[in-house]
Design a protein around this ligand. Sequence first.
Ligand code: NAP
Length: 551
Amino acid sequence: MEMKMSKPICVNEEYKDAVVVGAGFAGMYMLYQLGQLGMSAVGLEAGDGVGGVWYWNRYPGARCDIESMQYSYSFSRELEDEWDWSERFAGQQEILSYAQHVAERFGLIEKINFNARVTKAEFDETTSTWVVIVNGDRAIRAKFLLLATGSLSASSMPDIKGIDTFRGQSFHTGKWPHEPVSFEGKKVAIIGTGSSAIQCIPKIAQEAEELLVFQRTPNFSVPLHNRPLSESDYKYWRSNYQELRHQMRYARGGFVVDKGMPSALEVSPEERDREYTKRWNNGGLGFTAAFEDLLFSKEANNTAAEFLRRRIANIIQDKKIAEVLTPSGYPVGAKRICCDTSYFETFNKNNVRVIDVNKASIKEITERGISTSEEMHEVDSIIFATGYDALTGAITRIDIRGRGGQLLSDKWSAGPRTYLGLLTANFPNMFMITGPGSPSVLANMIMAIEQHVDWIHDCLAFMDSNGMDEIEPEVSAEEDWVNHVNELAQKSLYYNANSWYLGANVPGKTRVFMPYIGGLGNYRSICDEISEEGYRGFSFKSSSTTKVVEK
Ligand code: NAP
């Protein structure tokens, strides 16, 4: 279908029907779908290649913890058939190669401008268009602004005195260098013990002379049990792919997992243990699906926590070290559960030491290392595995202004406000892909991305065929959705931990639960119902009521 979009506004500006910010999996699929609609679109990407998080996160051990046959696009049967994943859980390099393959195969590369960071975007009410500023000086005007900026892409550095004075090498896991980094013979410090740290600690410990792990909160982690994919795996997946993809689309987490039992408290301790052991041995995120009440009942959750604590005690030989690394005081899954390959085992090595910063607090980073309240640690390298200003950071770090010049970061100062995580009132035609208020990080991101992009595709087609120029949520619909997202989260145990889901890792960020916990399948049905009911809760403006200046 060829879409009839407005003409260029002014001779000195570039004009596109749509600007897509970010060339990760969301941006690439959005560009593909805009192409299907016949719209002119440009992708703007700060990096010099596609892949998003998989472009930036090149730290040793970086790997996806959703199975590769599930963490891959489902929109093209040919793509599914022609791409062979080598492992059950793909590593960063293979996922990046896949992203590059997709970009080339579907002609997306030529639509993307690389090294193009969007610094500002302002809605021009007189023409119903967005003026997008790239690298501070280039202007592109577009009818639609599509933010495919990623949920975990705005890296967060700790506020530690003297952080810039360190003379050795320093890295953030989310901005890892493209050239190989060797830790051979080096004394290395790593700050953080989240998913990124848990993946790279075992790898770095194999190389470094000494590895010091600065831990603030111990994490629950289950083994990944990665392995090469076999012929029989392929046979199974390829002969059932359509049915399995359907299941993924309607699954709570966007991936196929053995269905759990209703309650951990309704089975005997032996049966519970068998279930946890089965899932532990199977590996990956399926552990938390063992019982449906794990994230809703403290008592049920305790049974999973106790199981995982026993495992840590069995793996780590030194009781004192095991104690430091054993999580307590928050429920399993309330902080994102980690998946590892020999994480706890690594602390049995003589060259690895954990430092509990609750006891030996970090006072300062100096030219030579990290000084705590207990001692000075001279190191050659410091790795900041300190995470992200999640879900909102990549959006609010752009100077985005809607109607009347309202700043998006002001509107969201007490937490993000969206309708369905897709749009926000007063910022017409600005779609967010997997934005706050949608399942996003609680689901297999690729399935969540496809659902959002497909919905946006249909919405743009609807607008075109009905002569609509603007879409934005009604304030009351947005209010109801924000309340609904909060009410669901409050019924869960998610508020019982200081997690990035809540923004608790970023000093000064309002503590509010950002993703939608109702599950991807339910969320998909809600979005479909809303569009089938004529886009309930959205208001539209037609061409006759907006001015477009002809070139
Ligand atoms: P993260 O989970 O936010 O972990 C950051 C770590 O840094 C935490 O241990 C945090 O401690 C610590 N930290 C932050 N500031 C600190 C400070 N000032 N002093 C001491 N410690 C500090 O970040 P991440 O590990 O990069 O992971 C983020 C998310 O990305 C994951 O949860 C996951 O969703 C995704 N991810 C997935 C994979 C995968 O597919 N396997 C891999 C990597 C990342 P506190 O816990 O006390 O805040």
